[in-house]
Design a binder for this molecule. Structure first.
Ligand SMILES: *Cc1c(COP(=O)(O)O)cnc(C)c1O
Length: 455
């Protein structure tokens, strides 16, 4: 007999995972190795440790250990806002008139307002363990910077954030949340680093991009004693930490005997999606179960749907390791959009490889369609979603509508990565009918791809 499924599936503290799931360990064809920008050879833990914390460098290169223990200190911090609820969207189903069952995993229940805290606290912990003074990082929309500020203040680390200029100006409140947690925030490109000065000279008046901000943060870390650089997306280590999302989701579904058919997530650098799908994809790779996975990206930054699978730099300044990934070219600067967290030129190597093998699908969606879905969802399910998260809502709704037409009772699970309280300027544009949809031309895409390194 099936148990009645509650509106929200809460897990107990004991059901909070004790390990992260390392998706790469389950892949027969592994993602291609990261290359050192100096030698163009596969990078070693020693080389990576010059930029990243040592333990994180090890995690970055570990593609064989299937499950990695979550340190007790990190798990204790998780307990303050996790396990995150898995919510059955009964009201949305009813409103859409769909026979599909829709679930969403809500990651917005913490002050930073997104899933990014899951990795921030792990990275801050390893930095502290190593005896570092502080860390540097970049932030796009501001969620990562906020999450890292919280994590650093918890462990007593100095936190320096380079914030993409358009977000710095559009989102002054995020900046103040970071300062509340003791972080130093600098708009990027800035004049405080060599690479920032160079980008400012080359592109006067630029809005900045995640790629530029990464270069500045790496430079700031490598020129200061006792500092390392930390990154909130794209890297394998971040996907690893974000697997706490997928592990909890799987536990919650299993508890009620529910089997997902389609799993959907928005994809910027790919960390929340990679984390959400990790244990499910692991099953698929082992032939234990089948699922459809859909990555949703903005049509203004169509990395998977229009990019190329090639080695590229992770940053505009070309000082980070190279990764084989779907990319639009590290020189591609997407139009200023309202989903700042999805404005990244590349996609994490693990998801790129899975997509290339045909194990995952990708879809790009237009900004106005995304906000339409965001508002619809807010009015019915109550939660005011982040613009990034709303990309997943859009496609979850589209799939549920398809089920209405075919009469199929599919189980749709999507990741609701965060709340949109700091994005009200974007909502305002939408309500005033002033929001536009920018889709890069083929020429612009080709221009970005022409800058790919010759390897
Ligand atoms: C950063 C962010 C994303 C995108 O990052 P991924 O690494 O692709 O997960 C999505 N949603 C929110 C709310 C974010 O803050």
């Amino acid at each position: 007999m099936k148990k009645e499924i509650p509106y929200k599936i809460y897990l107990s503290e004991n059901e909070l995972p004790y390990t992260w799931c390392n998706l790469r360990a389950f892949m027969q064809n592994k993602p291609a190795p990261l290359l050192s920008p100096k030698t163009m050879q596969p990078i070693t833990v020693e080389e990576l440790s010059e930029v990243f914390c040592e333990e994180l460098a090890k995690q970055e290169l570990d593609d064989t250990t299937p499950y990695i223990d979550i340190p007790t200190e990190v798990r204790d911090f998780y307990k303050m806002y996790r396990p995150a609820p898995l919510i059955r969207a009964y009201c949305l189903e009813k409103k859409l008139g769909t026979p599909a069952h829709i679930y969403y995993k809500f990651e917005g229940n913490n002050t930073s307002g997104s899933h990014k805290l899951n990795s921030a606290i792990a990275q801050a912990y390893y930095a502290k363990q190593q005896g570092l003074k502080g860390v540097t990082t970049e932030t796009g929309a501001g969620q990562w910077g906020t999450a890292l500020s919280m994590a650093c203040s918890y462990f007593g680390l100095d936190c320096n954030v380079f914030m993409v200029k358009c977000s710095y100006e559009q989102k002054p409140f995020r900046r103040e949340v970071m300062r509340t947690y003791g972080a130093n925030v600098t708009p990027s490109p800035s004049m405080t680093t060599e690479v920032g000065k160079k980008i400012n000279a080359e592109f006067p008046g630029t809005n900045g991009s995640l790629g530029c901000a990464i270069s500045e943060a790496v430079e700031a870390a490598s020129t200061r004693e006792g500092y390392r650089y930390v990154l909130g997306s794209v890297l394998n280590q971040v996907l690893l930490h974000q697997s706490v999302i997928g592990m909890e989701t799987k536990t919650a579904l299993d508890k009620y005997g529910v089997k997902a058919d389609i799993i959907i997530g928005c994809a910027g650098g790919g960390s929340n999606l990679g984390g959400l799908i990790a244990p499910f994809m692991a099953e698929k790779l082992q032939g234990k179960a089948d699922y459809r996975f859909i990555a949703v990206e903005p049509s203004s930054c169509p990395t998977l749907t229009r990019g190329k699978y090639a080695y590229d730099y992770c940053d505009t300044g070309k000082i980070c390791p190279l990764s084989k990934m779907y990319t639009l070219g590290s020189g591609f600067i997407p139009a200023a959009s309202h989903a700042g967290g999805l404005r990244y030129h590349g996609m994490t190597s693990t998801l790129s490889e899975l997509y290339d093998q045909g194990l995952m699908e990708a879809r790009s969606v237009k900004q106005t369609d995304v906000f339409e879905a965001a508002e619809y969802f807010a009015r019915i399910e109550g939660i005011l979603p982040a613009p990034e998260s709303s990309h997943a809502i859009r496609v979850a709704m589209d799939e549920a509508i398809k089920c209405r037409e075919t009469g199929e009772k599919k189980v749709i699970v999507f990741g609701l990565t965060g709340t949109g309280y700091f994005d009200m300027m974007s909502y305002e544009k939408f309500h005033d009918g002033k929001m536009t949809d920018y889709i890069p031309t083929d020429g612009e895409i080709e221009k970005g791809l022409a800058g790919l390194p010759n390897l």
